[in-house]
Design a protein around this ligand. Sequence first.
Ligand code: ACO
Length: 332
Amino acid sequence: MPQNSFKAGILGTGSFLPENRLTNADLEKMVDTSDEWIVSRTGIRERRIADASMTTSYMATEAAKKALIDANISAKDIDLIIIATVVPDMNFPSTACIVQANIGADNAAAFDIEVGCSGFIYGLSIAKQFIENGTYKNILVVAADTLSKITNWEDRNTCVLFGDGAGAAIVGPVENGYGILDTYIGADGKGGKHLYMPAGGSRMPASEDSVKNKLHTIHMEGQEVFKFAVKVMNTATIEILDKCGLKPDDIDIFIPHQANIRIIEAGMKRLKLTNEKVFINLDKYGNMSAASVAVALDEASKEGMVKKDNIILMVAFGAGLTWGSTVIKWNK
Ligand code: ACO
């Protein structure tokens, strides 16, 4: 195929959610909280939680298998696997290599990216470059996180927010004019201190004290992340619309990171978007980190909300701090 006669687009999607549901009523028995507080402050009603034996690679593999079926592509045709996660199975090997073995994608290169909740959009951005410069044809991008494994279940400030899940997309060449029209990614490392896991890396290797002091869990200054999120959802959305020569009115479907309904509503208000244009599933799943927008895209597609020719805008923010946005003209 000659250069510039095609764009990178999404050939298929898939997702996986653990069966086990943790409701706000369940959390009321674990920490000093209430259904009323959680729903009014976050919009979350329940979330899915992986069993003790369920790994990030297991969820990623299940989502990947569904995406391969949806795209009607064999695992042998995958050239590259990118997994976005902050809860890999192990520090090494990468979760991408584990998934490669699980699905039998013998011809693929594989690596992980660690971008917090923006990981799926970073993954799409990388995949787009490799496809449009002709290096690869089919790329599997999976966003998968088991945040429940790094949650402090005694900290009501964080434990009510998160859930587990995985979403996958097969990215490949599509007709010019369709597909991932553009992506915009960014980071502000100075804000990293607001959302992090202190122990387990080279700065603070695991020790008796690190475990006793629950330093292998998410530490977050919620209000700082909230302020950042509201601001960056706006700037990242405007930036990607400008890059694509579009206006807020041109958006058919808005898929924001599913962290907090108040953050989503602030974005909707600024963009003057009506409810029918916005996909929301955080009431059912909570914040699944990088998996949030990936699962949302799969569900929006499978539920028929997304149709051929629709302009989809996805935007996410997360640990790093990072952000990413993309506009896709749906080709399926
Ligand atoms: N139940 C009851 N009360 C609670 C709970 C709870 N679960 N959690 C906190 N509170 C209390 C606080 O202790 C505080 O009490 P105080 O006034 O007596 O001190 C009060 O509620 C208000 O706390 P705030 O932190 O001001 O509550 P806020 O309205 O900011 O909501 C929240 C907190 C939901 C965390 C919000 O700040 C938020 O959504 N932040 C963004 C988080 C986010 O989006 N993270 C994304 C990245 S995650 C990732 O990348 C893995």
